[in-house]
Write a protein of this length. Structure first.
Length: 301
């Protein structure tokens, strides 16, 4: 997951001014079946609100009579509990895999109400210009958090660097690597530390949030996953709401604004270094994916 979504949203996103209309009812007060969006205030949780899509989103929503108040969180762990507790109305920072894990662990029923984009996860190297140049037996680093590690291993398998015993799933970890059949060794590091460790390994999977920290651009990736692959659906970034608000017309209007406003979409691409693949995935497909991933998550415990 990208923080500019987030993941991920990893994504995932890092400052427009808060916009509020004094004396207006919040969207929570308006109820989940509100038929009018005029003069509503909707609190949207994000992780890092300075990316260019967010000022454009606030402005576009205001033109439709909806005041968006962006609530900025410092880490991925915070927006979902805030949404569950009603401190915010929506959040947009995560992919389906992350939401499934949260729902399963917390007993919550947060649900996707719209897609935003998917962010390809890339393999980078300071030593080699392509995957084929990486010598056998070299070491490749991947993130140590569960959802990104599984996705990273799938990228390495697609690139021909490792073979996974299970064939590869969203739950794959280092124990799933068939060392006898793999070209490289794999080590797990904290995602934020991988950029500074890149010179010490042959290559590394680097979360989108940290690519520039490594002195790289997104176009420097020597391999990445394919956003068009149906297996990538669990990694689509989403707007999430409480289940009782899944049909709230104001919230659905905000999703539509995000997906169709030209300035918002331009900001999304700019903030991702043109790597984001914007999507308008049917909500039914998102919900079905969440249900499957959550069921698999429970069974995998």
């Amino acid at each position: 997951m990208s923080r500019r979504t987030t993941s991920i949203i990893a994504a995932l996103a890092a400052v427009p001014l808060f916009v509020a209309l004094a004396g207006c009812a919040t969207s929570t007060d308006a109820g989940s079946d509100s038929g009018s969006s005029e003069n509503e205030v909707v609190k949207v949780g994000v992780v890092g609100k300075g990316d260019p899509q967010w000022p454009a989103f606030v402005e576009a929503a205001a033109e439709e009579g909806i005041t968006v108040e962006l609530v900025d969180f410092g880490s991925y762990e915070q927006p979902n509990p805030a949404l569950t507790e009603g401190e915010i109305d929506l959040n947009q920072f995560q992919h389906i895999v992350y939401l499934a894990g949260y729902n399963e662990d917390s007993g919550s029923d947060l649900t996707p109400i719209g897609s935003t984009a998917i962010y390809p996860l890339g393999l980078y190297s300071k030593k080699y210009d392509d995957v084929d140049s990486i010598p056998e037996g070299e070491t490749v680093a991947v993130p140590d958090d569960a959802s990104n590690q599984a996705r990273a291993l799938l990228v390495l398998q697609s690139a021909g660097l490792v073979e996974l015993k299970s064939g590869g799933t969203i739950f794959s970890d280092l124990a799933d690597v068939d060392t006898d059949k793999s070209k490289v060794k794999v080590t797990a590091l904290e995602a934020a530390l991988i950029p500074t460790s890149l010179p010490d390994v042959a290559a590394a999977i680097i979360n989108n949030d940290f690519v520039e920290d490594a002195g790289l651009t997104f176009s420097d990736a020597i391999a990445q996953d394919d956003p068009e692959d149906p297996n990538a659906l669990p990694y689509v970034n989403i707007f999430a709401a409480r289940a009782e608000d899944a049909d709230n017309e104001t919230y659905l209007k905000l999703v539509e604004i995000f997906q169709t406003d030209e300035a918002v979409q331009a900001g999304l691409l700019e903030s991702s270094g043109d790597t984001a693949a914007p999507l308008q995935t049917p909500v039914a497909d998102l919900v079905a994916s969440l249900e499957k991933v959550q069921k698999d998550t429970a069974a995998n415990k």
